[in-house]
Write a protein that binds this ligand. Structure first.
Ligand code: FES
Length: 101
């Protein structure tokens, strides 16, 4: 199971074992990580926005148009922002580090 590392807003590090095929948001929920995800993955709320560690950013597949549009239009996105509900967990993402703003 790939490990996903969340850095919470207060700097606390929370590590979870995630299922391949789930999203990072699914993993956060299963691991009791405080990440809202109010629209349940519909990509309209931005409450699952995370900042991806710069070393990992290039390893993620590029955002699909729907995620990109949400990031540009409704999220206060930075260059490292992604939606946790749009990142599918793969074995290659073992050790992924994301920060919760
Ligand atoms: S859960 Fe709402 S945008 Fe991801």
């Amino acid at each position: 199971m790939p490990k996903i590392i969340f850095i919470l807003a207060d700097g606390t590090r929370q590590e979870i074992d995630a299922n391949v095929g789930d999203t990072v948001l699914d993993g956060a929920r299963a691991g009791n990580v405080p990440l809202a995800g109010a629209c349940m993955g519909s990509m309209v709320c931005c409450t699952c926005r995370v900042e991806v560690d710069s070393a990992w950013l290039a390893k993620l597949p590029a955002p699909e148009p729907r995620e990109e549009a949400a990031l540009e239009s409704i999220c206060e996105a930075t260059e490292t922002s992604r939606l946790a509900c749009a990142i599918k967990i793969t074995e290659d993402l073992n050790g992924l580090i994301v920060r919760i703003p």
